[in-house]
Design a protein around this ligand. Structure first.
Ligand code: 5GP
Length: 203
């Protein structure tokens, strides 16, 4: 088994409840870090710099990309979002797993750049259920809900690019499934490079 921690990418459409599932999963675990992303969008009430996101200007963001400081980045809803590379590498080198909660364009970049990454897609039980969850929130107007549903349609089509799909019918079951997938992945061939190199040395 590799000494390096796992790189775990979690995506899913808006309204699917991925934040709740992840929060619950992370609450009872150590040796796993949540990657704080950078974004050019403005903070929402209650959001803190360095905790929820690193809030950067477009210039700062673009400079970080140009200097190779982002593991991945994407434009979403007219703003940039990206994963700062250094903290991810530092945590993994210490043997800690790192979770990235990112949208699909970024996830597919990570898949290319880090073939050992584990990609998990959190899906709603059905499209109708997602629509009803988003409508039920009543925090957004119907135009915003419609936009999010259109994005969700496109995102669901990308689920086939992921390693696992976890259906969030209940949070408890989804957390259980997530835990199973992450612990089995620790022993998957793509995380056994060090073992395989050692075997090859003696071949
Ligand atoms: P929100 O603005 O609602 O916080 O996030 C909008 C979308 O951006 C969500 O799907 C979220 O998962 C995604 N996102 C957050 N951080 C990153 C990131 O670092 N990279 C990418 N590609 N997407 C991100």
């Amino acid at each position: 088994m590799n000494k390096k921690g796992q790189l775990i990418v979690v995506s899913g459409p808006s309204g699917v409840g991925k934040g709740t599932v992840l929060k619950e999963y992370l609450a009872s675990r150590d040796q796993i870090a949540y990657s704080v992303s950078a974004t050019t969008r403005s903070p929402r009430p209650g959001e803190e710099h360095g905790v929820h996101y690193f809030f950067l200007s477009r210039e700062e963001f673009e400079q970080t990309v140009q200097s190779g400081g982002m593991l991945e980045y994407a434009s979403y809803n007219n703003n940039y979002y990206g994963t700062p590379k250094k903290p991810v590498e530092e945590q993994r080198a210490k043997g800690n797993d790192v979770v990235l909660e990112i949208e699909v364009q970024g996830a597919l970049q990570v898949k290319k750049a880090c073939p050992d990454a584990l990609l998990i897609f959190i899906a709603p039980p059905s499209f109708e259920e997602l629509a009803s969850r988003l409508t039920g929130r009543q925090t957004e107007d119907s135009k915003t809900v419609e936009n999010r549903l259109n994005i969700a349609r496109k995102e669901l089509l990308c689920a086939k690019e992921y390693d696992y799909i976890i259906v969030n019918d209940t949070v408890e079951l989804a957390v259980q499934r997530l835990a199973q997938v992450i612990s089995a992945n620790r022993y998957s061939i793509k995380n056994m490079k060090e073992f395989l190199d050692e075997v090859n040395k003696h071949a």
